[in-house]
Design a protein around this ligand. Structure first.
Ligand code: GLU
Length: 475
């Protein structure tokens, strides 16, 4: 059997990181199995679906390097790939279900349905459909339609338990009575998700449906539709939910949840992809850091975890930092310079920028942190904290400050030089007998206002003499 998997987003918003993770899993599984990834746009909600969201979601998938094999703009033999272009197909299959008695026309008004729901509620029952149309003769229903009435089509839910084996969760049993006769085609001719999803998955020869656990209840309805339509049932793998720190399903109130936001903040696609993969899947060698390319050949469905995955921005930042460090300095520089929203470099020379990046890369996890270091270099006043004040209060520190204040004026080179810094250290040791921590910490705090930071002999040559003079005057 050839493997065909699909990612089926609704273009009603930007690509959610949960959706990106689902697509990643489908993509990796297709690659591993030599199969195909199909992109299907589920745009039957005409009011909320927007072309710009479809485009932005496709761009975000490409940003990760996930190229689909069939889908909009890549027509294969199973198109069209937008549900709004397949309405006749759904109508045909709904009509077949009507003819075979597995679906029925329902003429209930919204008010009637609301009354039924309220009654069920008052009697402490689940509000399952209990209108009078399930067994209404078909010829009479057709007459009503001829007379201008516009019914919905409902699926006749069989009164039996439904069971299936999920590749992640094992045997799943749904006792009968969980769902009532649900709508498959609205009165305006638009299909509902649980119906068109099955028709498409079946007609597009989808072999494996890999999606979030939140769709389990939909799978119950979908299994009934597969059976009624006589379609082969694909394999299902329901992956665990992404949750925030409060263990609730990840949503906007937990922070940035769209891929676009991370892209705009300057996260690396490889890092976000790597991190999303780890949320619910584990590497056979327990590796935390990898590129998608490296796991294409080892991706196995049996390494999915059943428990929900905590979305932790601190871990994402750590992964991003690891990927920064594995990059060539020149590539990293190009990446930083290409950032639109979070760029920070001015008109420094390429050499300066390269040195800045390679000096700080060990210490940063995000572009924002690079920016903070950049701003520090240009800061001419020192904003010192508690530990720095302590260093400033050491007996030897004023001597260091006075020494540097005099020495710095002996050159008028625009930038400081590392030789200068080495010479100062030597002189402070020999002539002023200051050494060890007093020398290193004292000099660092006097020059940078900070107890910690990158190698002074590399940091200072990135700074102008004038800025250091101003800093010295500010403490
Ligand atoms: N359009 C559905 C969603 O975005 C697809 C779910 C599925 O994979 O079946 O949730």
């Amino acid at each position: 059997m050839s493997v065909r998997v699909r990612f089926a987003p609704s273009p009603t918003g930007y690509l959610h990181i949960g959706g990106a993770r689902t697509c990643l899993y489908n993509y990796l599984f297709a690659k591993k199995m030599g199969g195909k990834l199909i992109l299907r746009i589920e745009d039957t909600d005409l009011d909320r679906s927007k072309k710009e969201f479809e485009e932005s979601q496709i761009n975000d998938l490409k940003w990760f390097g996930m190229d689909y094999d069939e889908g909009p703009g890549k027509e294969g033999s199973f198109g069209p790939y937008r549900q709004s272009e397949r309405l006749d197909i759904y109508k045909k299959h709904a009509a077949e279900l009507i003819e075979s008695g597995k679906a029925f026309y329902c003429f209930c008004s919204d008010d009637e349905l609301e009354q039924m729901r309220e009654k069920a509620h008052a009697e402490g029952r689940d509000p399952l459909y209990e209108g009078p149309w399930r067994d209404f003769p078909l010829d009479k229903a057709k007459e009503k339609i001829k007379n201008g009435e516009r019914p919905v089509i409902r699926f006749k839910v069989p009164k039996k338990d439904i069971e299936f084996t999920d590749l992640v969760r094992g045997k799943v049993n749904f006792p009968h009575g969980m769902v009532g006769d649900f709508v498959i085609l609205r009165s305006n001719g638009m299909p509902t998700y649980n119906f068109c999803c099955v028709v498409d998955d079946a007609l597009m020869n989808i072999s494996h449906v890999i999606r979030g656990e939140d769709h389990l209840n939909n799978t119950l309805r979908q299994l009934m539709v597969y059976e009624a339509c006589g379609f082969d049932i694909p394999e299902f793998a329901h992956v665990s939910l992404l949750v925030g720190e409060d263990r609730q399903k990840l949503s906007k109130r937990h922070g940035a949840t769209s891929v676009t936001q991370y892209k705009d903040q300057g996260y690396l696609a490889e890092a976000l992809g790597n991190y999303l993969c780890l949320l619910g899947w584990s590497h056979p060698d327990e590796k935390d850091i990898f590129k998608l390319d490296e796991i294409k050949d080892i991706f196995e469905i049996n390494r999915f975890s059943k428990s929900s995955a905590l979305y932790d921005i601190k871990k994402l930042n750590w992964v991003n930092g690891q990927h920064f460090r594995s990059m060539d300095a020149e590539d990293l520089l190009q990446f930083i310079e290409a950032q639109k929203d979070v760029s920070f470099f001015g008109d420094e020379s390429s050499e300066w920028k390269r040195e800045f990046v390679s000096l700080h890369v060990e210490k940063v996890q995000t572009i924002n942190e690079f920016r903070t270091f950049y701003d520090n270099i240009y800061s001419s006043t020192l904003d010192v904290g508690e530990s720095e004040n302590e260093v400033l209060s050491w007996e030897t520190t004023p001597t260091i400050k006075e020494f540097v204040q005099t020495e710095i004026l002996k050159s008028n080179e625009h930038f400081m030089s590392s030789v200068e810094v080495s010479n100062w250290m030597e002189a402070l040791k020999k002539e002023h007998k200051i050494k060890g921590k007093n020398l290193f910490m004292g000099l660092r705090v006097v020059l940078t206002g900070c107890c910690h930071g990158p190698d002074l002999k590399r940091l200072l040559p990135l700074t102008t003499r004038q800025i250091i003079i101003e800093r010295l005057a500010s403490i």
